[in-house]
Design a protein around this ligand. Structure first.
Ligand SMILES: [Zn+2]
Length: 126
């Protein structure tokens, strides 16, 4: 892939989320992990989404869909690291069946053994 990274960083995929998703590198911050998970959603990468989800909260059922969501963009609003925990607030835009949606989430992350994992999210507008 020579294109820009799906996470909207304006960097090439290989110089952004690519190495995390391929397993060549470990995301150094919760924000980097969050961006790479967004990119994995755009690539429908079930394995990566599972491997970066805290096993205590990871759903048993499949995360991705056969008829994938069309992801339109990501905007990271706030990143609050706090030791081995962090929150990332973001807005993601996507389309399902031609209808546009907006997801505003504050995601929680934890770090175990130097690796960040997604825990869960809350929705400030709900
Ligand atoms: Zn990226």
């Amino acid at each position: 892939m020579k294109e820009l990274c799906p996470c909207g960083s304006n960097k090439k995929y290989e110089q952004c989320c690519g190495p995390y998703i391929s397993g060549a590198a470990v995301a150094p911050t919760a924000e980097a992990l969050m961006r790479s998970r967004y990119s994995a959603y755009t690539l429908n990468d079930e394995a990566y989404l599972r491997s970066t989800w805290d096993e205590r909260t990871c759903p048993k059922e499949r995360i991705t869909h056969d008829d994938p969501t069309r992801w339109l963009g990501l905007e990271v609003k706030k990143f609050k690291p706090d030791g081995d925990a962090a929150t990332v607030e973001f807005v993601a835009r996507y389309k399902i069946g031609g209808k546009a949606h907006r997801l505003h989430e504050v995601s929680r992350f934890v770090r175990y053994d130097g690796k960040w994992f997604y825990v869960d999210g809350s929705f400030p507008e709900k």
